[in-house]
Design a binder for this molecule. Sequence first.
Ligand code: COA
Length: 147
Amino acid sequence: MNYDIVKVSSPVDLQMAFEVRRRVFIDEQEVPEELELDEFDHEASTVHILARDDDDRVVGAARFRPYHDADIAKIERVAVVPSYRGTGLGRMLMDTLEAEARQAGFRTAKLNAQTHAQGFYERMGYQPLGPVFVEAGIEHIAMEKRL
Ligand code: COA
């Protein structure tokens, strides 16, 4: 399948990214809306990306933001709508996030993986860092990768 992945640059595209995250995290995974859509979404330093398929359907989204140290990007909200999973889109989202982060000067990417997705991030070159913890009722593990 072919996808067009873009950096979000308009309020309309930002709403589209939120729509994907609503479907995946709020509706499917039952993450509370007030946790899913947070203050970092509207920070100027947060980079959002959005994926469309050949028919212009919005099918994936993700974001990263600066994290504590100047050279660390925190990757968050990586979401592919259910019927598009397993088609390589998750990898394309990660490649795009990492390329954007590298270009912006970040040297390390960190993320908190839901444990069911740990294998996905390991395939992308991330290494687990610490113990499993629970956030929004879901088990997570911290992971990182040098960019
Ligand atoms: N566990 C282990 N490996 C996985 C995996 C998983 N849950 N999901 C995908 N993979 C592997 C694929 O087999 C593929 O391996 P390969 O390159 O060796 O063939 C590789 O990772 C890339 O898979 P891809 O098709 O690009 O992944 P995807 O489009 O299905 O996206 C997610 C993966 C996790 C983003 C997607 O399942 C999703 O949106 N899940 C719901 C939201 C979510 O939980 N996000 C993570 C929050 S931390």
